[in-house]
Design a protein around this ligand. Structure first.
Ligand SMILES: NC(=O)c1ccc[n+]([C@@H]2O[C@H](COP(=O)([O-])OP(=O)(O)OC[C@H]3O[C@@H](n4cnc5c(N)ncnc54)[C@H](OP(=O)(O)O)[C@@H]3O)[C@@H](O)[C@H]2O)c1
Length: 278
C-alpha cells in the first residue's frame, strides 16, 4: 500500500493532512532514525513528534536519508509547556525546526494548555505570528478541552486547525470532539490504541469485527478511528506492527460494528487531566 491511498483531511486553513500517520512518543532517541526509516519504508508519510520526546533529530535524519520529496511528507511537532509565552515561542520553534532539519514544519501544536500558567492565549498569539513566516504552515493545539478552545476563539484571531486529544474507544471525549467539529477544528486522536493500557484488543465488540473481516483487533480499532473521521498516528517499534497498522484501507466496518465500538466509551483516560496538568 502507498500513502497515496491514505485519505486526507481538509484543514480550516486550506492545507490537508494524511488521516493516518506514525507517532514517535516513547521512541528511544537512539533508535528513532531506524524506526522512522522503517515507517517511511512501510509507506507512512505523516509523522508526529514533539520537543519533549527528545527525538526530533532522529526523525529529521530519517527524513533526510529517505530521499522522499518534501511535499509528500507531513511533519508535526509541538511546543513544550516550559516554552509557552510571547518571547519564547519563536526560539523554541526555530530550535525544533533545526533539529528536524526542515525548511518548514507542516503543523506546530501547543502541547498542553497548562491552565495554571495562564499563558496559552499569549502563546497562541505568538503562534499566529509564527504562521506568517515561511517556516510554518498550520497551527493547532493539543489536549485542549472545549472551554480552552472557547477562550482561544474568543480572545484571538485564528481558529486552531486541529486539536490533538487522547481518544480511543474507552475515552472519546464527545464534548470536546463535537465542539471542535462545530468550529471546523479537526480532531487528532492520540493514544489511539489506548497505549496498550486497556485490553481493547480482547473486547468482543473488537474481536468479533476482526473475525468477520479477517483482520487483527488493532486493525479494527484503527479502522474505527478512520470511519469516525479522526486523524491518527499509532506508534510501534516493530516494523511488522507498523505494517499491520498501515494495512487498514482494504476493508470497511459496518455501521453496527462502528456503533458497537463507539458504545464502549467509559471516560477511561490514560493520561493527565488537561485542567490539572501544569
Ligand atoms: N499530544 C499528546 O499529549 C500526546 C500524548 C501521547 C501520544 N501522542 C502522540 O500520539 C501517538 C500515538 O499514541 P501513543 O504512542 O501514546 O499510543 P498508541 O499508539 O495508542 O499505542 C502504542 C502502543 O501500542 C503498541 N502497539 C502498536 N501497534 C500494535 C499492534 N498492531 N498490536 C499490538 N500492539 C500494538 C505499541 O507497542 P510496540 O511499540 O511494541 O508495537 C505501544 O505499546 C504518539 O506516538 C504521539 O505521536 C501525543
Amino acid at each position: 500500500m502507498t500513502d497515496q491511498l491514505v485519505p486526507r483531511v481538509q484543514l480550516n486553513d486550506g492545507f490537508s493532512i494524511p488521516q493516518l500517520g506514525f507517532g514517535v512518543f516513547k521512541v528511544d532517541p537512539g533508535e528513532t532514525e531506524r524506526i522512522v526509516s522503517d515507517a517511511l519504508e512501510v509507506g507512512y508519510r505523516h509523522l508526529d513528534t514533539a520537543r519533549i520526546y527528545g527525538n526530533e533529530e532522529g526523525v529529521g535524519r530519517a527524513i533526510a536519508a529517505s530521499g522522499i520529496p518534501r511535499e509528500e511528507l507531513f511533519i508535526t511537532t509541538k511546543l513544550w509547556n516550559d516554552d509557552q509565552g510571547t518571547e519564547s515561542v519563536r526560539t523554541a520553534f526555530e530550535a525544533s525546526r533545526e533539529r528536524l532539519g526542515l525548511e518548514y514544519v507542516d503543523l506546530y501544536l501547543i502541547h498542553w494548555p497548562t491552565p495554571a500558567r495562564d499563558r496559552y492565549v499569549e502563546t497562541w498569539k505568538a503562534f499566529e505570528q509564527l504562521q506568517q513566516t515561511d517556516g510554518l504552515r498550520s497551527i493547532g493545539v493539543s489536549n485542549f478541552l472545549s472551554h480552552h478552545l472557547e477562550r482561544l476563539i474568543a480572545e484571538t484571531e485564528i481558529v486552531p486547525a486541529v486539536d490533538q486529544i487522547e481518544l480511543h474507544p474507552y475515552h472519546q471525549q464527545p464534548a470536546t470532539a463535537s465542539f471542535a467539529e462545530e468550529h471546523g477544528i479537526a480532531i487528532e486522536a492520540w493514544g489511539p490504541l489506548g497505549q496498550g493500557k486497556y485490553p481493547l484488543f480482547d473486547l468482543p465488540e473488537v474481536t468479533s469485527a476482526a473475525a468477520a473481516h479477517d483482520v487483527t483487533p488493532a486493525q479494527v480499532v484503527i479502522r474505527w478511528h478512520l470511519q469516525r473521521g479522526h486523524i491518527l498516528f499509532p506508534k510501534s517499534n516493530s516494523r511488522e506492527r507498523m505494517a499491520e497498522n498501515f494495512d487498514v484501507l482494504g476493508f470497511e466496518l459496518s455501521e453496527d460494528e462502528v456503533a458497537a465500538i463507539t458504545g464502549l466509551e467509559r471516560e477511561g483516560r490514560v493520561s493527565a487531566h488537561p485542567d490539572e496538568f501544569n
